[in-house]
Design a protein around this ligand. Sequence first.
Ligand code: 5GP
Length: 209
Amino acid sequence: MSNADKMYISYNNIHKLCQKIAKQILERNERPDIIIAITGGGMIPARIIRSFLKVKGQKNIPIQAIGLSLYEDLGLDTTVETIGKEVIRTQWLDFMALDKHFDSLIGKKVLIVDEVDDTRTTLHYAVSELEKEVVEQQKRLNRLDEETLFSVFVLHNKDKPKKADLPKEMLESGRYLAAVTVPDKWLCYPWEAEDIEEHTNLAKLQGND
Ligand code: 5GP
């Protein structure tokens, strides 16, 4: 693949994209109670956006990580749990920490963060499994009348036909937040760069700094 087929993204650019989306979230009065980062690509954006969502006098928003990999990207390993046909769950919510410090996800505003929405398979899986998790908790605790609001934040949404959906209501109510919609090219993120100076220069040349 030549450099022209790739989009280089700098750390500065990512910082600014997180800032832009945080501003939108705060303007909509939808500051999340918890951020769920999809590892590993969602971790750095999740950490950055948390700072921009900080409100004086309020506690830092907790971040939990969930690990999802597409089947095709992994050599199968007996230590991971195979759930669907396409997505493998390598890490899930830390319920002990949630119970101890946070109550539960029920009735909360939950922001799910990943770096890129490519085929949408991963985001579909994350949203639908987390929704199921909450419904189970609601039944268990008899708290069926509390509404949990899931939002999604990605740095980049690739403009292409998707293989899976997100809830219509989420898309229509502005709770799907993609900082930029990009053509269907390979995105090179700075955390994967071997030479960060060269990477940053290439990002600058493409206007992604
Ligand atoms: P999905 O197809 O489920 O939307 O995306 C699956 C995962 O593939 C993403 O979370 C991301 O880790 C990876 N991925 C998809 N497209 C790109 C890309 O252009 N660049 C990088 N670095 N990773 C990508």
